[in-house]
Design a protein around this ligand. Structure first.
Ligand code: XBP
Ligand code: MG
Length: 236
């Protein structure tokens, strides 16, 4: 019996990547005096590396003129990532990012029906705070029993660790929760943890591999969510 919604953040709750994180990364590079830039195509390719700091490091591997010393490289990536997150929060505060259609409605329906909810993301906690504070208000944490962020796990999606941690914290079996996801790595993480998935295509993940979509545990979120919340349960 499904009784819990586990929400991915980026790409699922809002289209944060192209006009949010990507723009903030580029602003951070510019503010740091680097002539680096990620256009939409490059960023789309880099999104398969989850985690902003990890993404910067992966990009550095293909660049000239970056520190050769691995420690110096790590430090630069960390500094750029912190700056990016600050700039991302400012962008969100300006109202630049909206919730995707149907998201707030489903969250409200779940809350009213007594369906448990959690956040499971590879994004930094500060970015979750900025976005959900803006979309749901200052008491956004009251909507979710658990909030698993990038800082909370050893391994980011597609590793199932974040979902496994969420299930443990909630005291649920895998077949009692459904993950709302958009990305290939996100869907892979949820499936590897044994969950049902409601997959929602996003700007950078308009399609997934045929084999993934054919899984009986994946339902497609088209015009609206493929199920409803009623009487403490998720029906699909
Ligand atoms: C999200 C990510 C994050 C964001 C940026 O993946 O991979 O890295 O792109 O946030 P998912 P940070 O939606 O699958 O959780 O810079 O805080 O990592
Ligand atoms: Mg996502």
């Amino acid at each position: 019996e499904l009784q819990c919604l586990l929400w991915d953040v980026d790409g699922t709750i809002a289209e944060t990547e192209r006009d949010g994180h990507r723009v903030a990364f580029n602003r951070a590079f510019a503010q740091a005096g680097l002539d680096w830039g990620w256009d939409e195509r490059r960023y789309g390719a880099l999104l398969h590396i989850t985690g902003g700091r990890e993404r910067i490091l992966a990009d550095m591997a293909d660049r000239e003129g970056v520190p050769r010393d691995p420690v110096a490289r790590e430090e630069l990536a960390l500094r750029l990532h912190r700056l990016k997150n600050k700039l991302y929060a400012a962008l969100v505060d300006e109202g630049g990012i909206q919730a995707r259609p149907g998201v707030l409605g489903l969250m409200r329906e779940a809350r009213a029906a007594g369906v448990r909810q959690g956040i499971v993301t590879t994004t930094s906690r500060s970015n979750v705070q900025a976005l959900l504070g803006r979309l749901l208000g200052a008491d956004w944490q009251a909507w979710f029993e658990i909030v698993v962020c990038g800082e909370d796990t050893q391994r980011k999606k597609p590793d199932p660790e974040a979902y496994v941690q969420a299930l443990q914290a909630l005291g649920l079996e895998a077949d009692q929760a459904v993950a709302m996801e958009d990305s290939g790595p996100g869907v892979a993480a949820a499936l590897a943890a044994g969950l049902q998935v409601w997959w929602r295509p996003s700007v950078y993940f308009p399609v997934l591999e045929e084999a993934v979509l054919a899984s009986p545990r994946v339902a497609h979120w088209a015009d609206g969510p493929p199920g409803r919340c009623r009487a403490g349960r998720v029906w699909q």
